[in-house]
Design a protein. Sequence first.
Length: 238
Amino acid sequence: LDMARGSRKTLWWWLWRIFALLLVLLLVYQAWIAAHIAWWINHNPATSAFMEDRLEVMQSKNPKARLQHQWVYYKNISTHLKQALIVSEDDKFVDHEGFDWEGIQRAYEKNLEKGKIVAGGSTISQQLAKNLFLSTKRTPWRKGEEALITLMLEAMMSKQRIFEIYLNTIEWGNGVFGAEAAARHYYGVSAAQLSSFQAAKLAAMVPNPRFYDRKREAPGLMRKTGIILERMGDADIP
């Protein structure tokens, strides 16, 4: 009996040690993320976790593959593109604190009605959190980590800085990342020179950019472009 009790105590001791170690590792990881966010308040990220994942996939097929990406400052990005992305991706961006609960509820109801995922409720801040730090692999804790990173971004950065990094790291085609690369890839102009139509079409591509890179005149893309064009005047941009 005494031996059994001793074995249980030893087991619990080891379990607590493992739990404590995992907790320390988790806190260290969160501190690592917070340090990166603090650095990026005044310094531009050269890449993102999602960009690195895509480059790895591309180079598995072609070792010489490279991403199209060029950082451009917020003031040098067309106001049209800023308006188009706000109305298409997150029309409450300047007002919420990282999460659009009404949008999440609408997406849930729409997905429930269709019986599959056809809509997402992610804000620009959530999308940026995922793109900067998280891999494309779906894990049980991925959404929780995304939420924590979103809270850190919102607490440490201004809305304009969050939006500036988002504009420069979002995927816009096969290996195409950021507003400058997208403007040059599709229209041969700089991000500052995008017209309202060009901006609306780029914003319409965001949910499925690699597909629309191949199908640039898809009926669904053109319909959504028209809807975004009509709403752009209502956009509240940071």
